[in-house]
Design a protein around this ligand. Structure first.
Ligand code: CTP
Length: 426
């Protein structure tokens, strides 16, 4: 495996070299594991490193963090820690452990173990390979479960027959890896997956874990493809009972995808979109507000996410009607769209059938949304206006007027302020 390691970018090789030194100093054995090893073999870039140590993972992470000037977050309960380096490389460090499950879908009971135990508790053979990065045995490849063969033969295989029962989120993970790398779930694994589904295991899992898996799925490059596959294989009712995998939903998702691409291309400097949320809202397009609220509560979406998911249901009809009016003033477009999140606006543009709505939204992003006024409180004072609530009103009126008339200079803005009934505010 040394040849694979040699081909890594310099910043990753540096981490490995520090990890090797620390493992020597602490006399622990350390291994690269999981998705990082899988992607190394597939030659897929991956800046998320997973290191497992036979020893105290927290101590190891602390030492690594100190010598690499990173930021450390400890998760004491699990004996794991995350180091984030200034160049954004993320290193998860864990103590090698054994896992047992008290009952299906429960969180595992964890106890210390060696690298074999640690690999044996994992989801699929392709994620259960390791590379020794300790001083003794540096570069040795560890593949008890023949993950490399499976990777080359393009198949997904679980390590033991109860895997999907122990952790039903692996059903969604199997589909994710299958779609991402063009693999196939091998027959025995597939039949165990179906048996687990028949037992209703997905309904028993902690809802937040399902939510996290759905978010990861929607963050993939081709989420539409993934959702189609999930629908076909297991349906979508585990997520929301009313979510039927109808053809229309795929059309919404495809339209959302096109619109996200349009936004990214047209406005590369605007803020990054939470594209996954747009896809999620597209999937839930036909749900009413009460259903959406109950879904957000059930899956414990964050407040900001819940607000955006909720606001879409309300905003679409209003925007689709008002923005279709030919003579709508630019400031009205601004007032309608400005309180909404970008995600909601993009989905409105994706799902409207009206050209005017699309154009007004484009103008909002291109022109109105960036409008800034030059006049400030001091200017208002020098016009003899007394400070107070009137200031805010004047500045808002000025902003709307600037959006409508596209004032070019501060002089034009001041001239507008003078036309307002100044007496009223003085
Ligand atoms: N893992 C597991 N069962 C799970 C989740 C994770 O066995 N339900 C193990 C796998 O070995 C996986 C590793 O933990 O490789 C790290 O998990 P995660 O970061 O979620 O997965 P990656 O394989 O790194 O996948 P991705 O590329 O999507 O980050």
């Amino acid at each position: 495996m040394e040849k694979y390691l040699r081909l890594l970018p310099a910043e990753l090789k540096e981490v490995i070299s520090y990890a090797q030194n620390i493992s020597g100093q602490l006399e622990y054995r350390a291994y690269l594991v999981g998705g990082f090893v899988r992607d190394l073999i597939l030659d897929v870039p991956n800046l998320d490193m997973d290191i497992v140590v036979e020893g105290d993972g927290l101590k190891f992470a602390e030492a690594l963090c100190n010598c690499m000037d990173g930021k450390l977050t400890k998760h004491r309960r699990f004996g794991t820690a995350t180091v984030i380096l200034p160049n954004k490389i993320k290193i998860d460090v864990a103590t090698a452990r054994k896992e047992t499950y008290a009952h299906p879908a429960a969180l595992p009971v964890v106890s210390p173990g060696d690298i074999r135990d640690d690999l044996a508790r994992r989801d699929f053979t392709i994620n259960a390979m390791a590379i020794n990065i300790s001083s003794a045995g540096f570069g040795n490849f560890i593949d008890f479960f023949h993950g490399k063969d499976d990777l080359l033969l393009k198949r997904i295989r679980i390590l033991h027959d109860l895997s999907f029962i122990d952790d039903p989120t692996r059903i969604l993970r199997a589909i994710r890896f299958e779609q991402r790398y063009g693999l196939k779930i091998e027959p025995h694994t597939y039949s165990l997956l179906r048996q687990a589904l028949k037992k209703g295991v997905l309904e028993k899992v902690d809802k937040q874990r399902i939510r996290d898996e759905m978010i990861l799925t929607l963050k993939e490059r081709e989420p539409v493809k993934y959702i189609k596959r999930i629908s076909k294989l297991i349906g979508l009712s585990f997520f929301s009972p009313k979510l039927r995998p109808a053809q229309a939903k795929f059309l919404y998702l495809a339209k959302a995808k096109k619109e996200i691409a349009w936004f990214k291309k047209s406005f590369p400097k605007k803020r990054m979109l939470d594209a996954w949320l747009i896809y999620l809202m597209a999937m839930l397009k036909d749900a009413d507000r009460a259903e959406l609220l109950s879904l957000c509560r059930k899956f414990a979406f964050r407040m900001g996410e819940t607000k955006r998911i909720q606001s879409y249901a309300h905003a679409f009809n209003k925007a689709d009607t008002l923005l279709a009016k030919k003579d709508i003033a630019p400031s009205k477009v601004y007032q309608l769209l400005e309180p909404l999140s970008y995600e909601v606006i993009i989905l409105i543009r994706a799902l409207t059938r009206k050209k005017e709505v699309k154009m007004n939204i484009e103008d909002f992003f291109r022109v109105y949304n960036g409008t800034r006024i030059h006049v400030n409180g001091d200017d208002l004072k020098s016009l003899g206006i007394k400070p107070g609530p009137a200031f805010k009103n004047i500045l808002i009126k000025l902003l709307y007027a600037k959006i409508d008339y596209q004032f070019k200079s501060k002089e034009e803005e001041l001239a507008f302020v003078r036309t307002l009934s100044i007496k009223k505010w003085s």
